[in-house]
Design a protein around this ligand. Structure first.
Ligand code: UD1
Ligand code: CA
Length: 447
């Protein structure tokens, strides 16, 4: 289909009153990405070259969310919400010389798959002028009904305009429609508002196209894929569907999930083969895990890359900018941020490693802290190859520990330590034999 150019129009002018939110509905997230972002991503992956988003007044943030995903996003403001047909016309400037395929998407339907848009484009490529995406449901309720005669789609009737007989139809409009770029504008411009809601219905394009002898077709997708979000309960349901699919995909691609229902992925989580993920692990955005790595129970990862053979957790927190080279070990209650930890290094217990580089094979003792912040600025810590940091050490940044150096337990390091040197800052121990026994005897006599 490479020779056919395609554009998408994403309708997102609704504020989403039922979300009871101060932000536009389509900015609510599913798997760490806004719904507007999901829809834009799906369009991008289906080869869409140009995206027009139709937003309400003061919704510049929606434009930004889409533009973060696709290089060519144009926003158009629909000042009054007069219906889906009216909304598409808000993007008229982008339709005057429309692409071969124009796909109209809803910003609040984030589970739509790329394959489905490709199937719609295929129908357009076969010579159809209008393509409707339908679904079958036992509860057609408020959806527009797809009315067929002799197997051909003749009209879409909004539920509020249906006769009792039409209400019994269970083949419904998912809302997503495809148009040939040649006819979309003239069809849209002939849509009127003479209906139960006094709105300009995009769906009327089907009847108008038939009256002109144009070719109209419907394709089908599973109901779950077309689930729209109108309130927070829908949002939770969509999130659950997304996670269920992401877990299956991870397993199909060769990861072992010990308790799949307790693992949460982001839209962009990347897993290699033979990755083992234990119970209760959360992947926030920006994480990639290479082959043969193990993420142990109760770990939280965000903006982190984990190379082959690493073991992370249990109870580890990898924050943005964490880069673990192969065979690194990060143990329990360790937090890392903007930290490059080189091959085979170990940070096994109770540490904070931030704004740091740790050389390969270095061993960071329990309770080591990089003191990276003085209340105003952040500073870097650099630990050399094979260095050994004793337990409970505070490295006051900027700090530099040379290759092979040893820092004694309990030290507070404030100046550079040369390669292969020993550094230890520790008060001399005061030991007095017999003192404790004498003290107890004295106390016992008094009582
Ligand atoms: C629409 C379809 C219906 C279909 C249903 C599927 C029409 C007339 N009806 O109905 O056949 O079964 O979706 O979910 O198209 N929007 C704007 N500006 C407007 C109106 C809507 O941007 O003036 C946007 C909304 O923000 C939303 C989308 O268009 O993202 C759909 O609007 P909505 O009001 O939810 O349409 P439905 O009445 O559900
Ligand atoms: Ca709706």
């Amino acid at each position: 289909m490479a020779e056919r150019r395609c554009q998408a129009i994403i309708l997102a002018a609704g504020q989403g009153t039922r979300m009871k939110s101060s932000k536009p509905k389509v900015l609510h997230e599913v798997a760490g990405l806004s719904m507007a972002g999901h829809v834009t991503k799906v369009a991008r992956d289906a080869g869409v070259e140009l995206v027009s988003v139709v937003v309400g007044p003061e919704m510049e943030a929606v434009h930004k969310a889409a533009a973060a995903i696709h290089p060519a996003v144009y926003a158009h403001v629909q000042t009054e919400r007069l219906g889906t047909g009216h909304a598409v016309l808000a993007a008229k400037a982008d339709l005057v010389e429309a692409c071969d395929d124009v796909i109209v998407l809803f910003g609040d339907t984030p589970l739509l798959r790329t394959e489905t848009i490709l199937a719609m484009r295929q129908k357009l490529a076969e010579g159809n002028d209008v393509v409707v995406l339908g679904f079958r449901t036992d509860e057609p309720g408020p959806y527009g009904r797809l009315l067929e005669e002799a197997g051909k789609l003749v009209a879409i009737r909004e539920a509020k305009d249906c006769s009792p007989e039409e209400l019994g139809v269970t083949f419904c409009n998912g809302g997503i429609m495809g148009f040939s770029g040649k006819v979309i504008l003239s069809l849209l411009e002939s849509i009127g508002s003479n209906n139960a809601q006094g709105e300009y219905y995009l769906t009327d394009a089907v009847e108008l196209a038939n009256a002109r002898g144009l070719a109209v077709a419907a394709i089908e997708a599973p109901e779950a894929e077309l689930q729209g979000v109108n309130n927070r309960a829908h949002l939770a349901k969509v999130e659950a569907s997304y996670q269920a699919a992401a877990r299956l995909k991870a397993m199909e691609e060769g990861a072992t999930l010990l308790a799949p229902d307790t693992v949460f992925f982001s839209h962009d989580t990347k897993l290699g083969r033979d990755v083992l993920i234990e119970q209760n692990v959360i992947f926030a955005p920006g994480v990639s895990i290479a082959d043969h790595a193990t993420i142990r129970a109760f770990s939280h990862l965000e903006g982190a890359s984990v190379a082959e053979g690493c073991v992370v957790g249990p109870y580890a927190r990898l924050r943005p900018g964490t880069e673990l080279e192969a065979d690194v070990k990060i143990g329990n209650f360790v937090e890392t941020k903007k930290a490059k930890i080189e091959k085979g290094a170990k940070v096994n217990h109770l540490s904070y490693i931030g704004d740091a580089r740790i050389g390969s094979k270095a061993n960071i003792g329990a309770g080591t802290i990089t003191c990276n912040y003085d209340g105003f600025n952040k500073f870097q810590t650099d630990i050399g190859v094979g260095a050994f940091i004793g337990s409970n050490t505070a490295l006051v940044a900027p700090a530099k520990i040379g290759d092979g150096a040893i820092v004694g337990a309990g030290s507070v390091i404030t100046s550079p330590v040369n390669a292969d040197a020993l550094a230890v800052t520790r008060a001399k121990a005061f030991v007095k034999d017999g003192w404790a026994a004498a003290f107890r005897a004295k106390k016992a006599k008094k009582s």
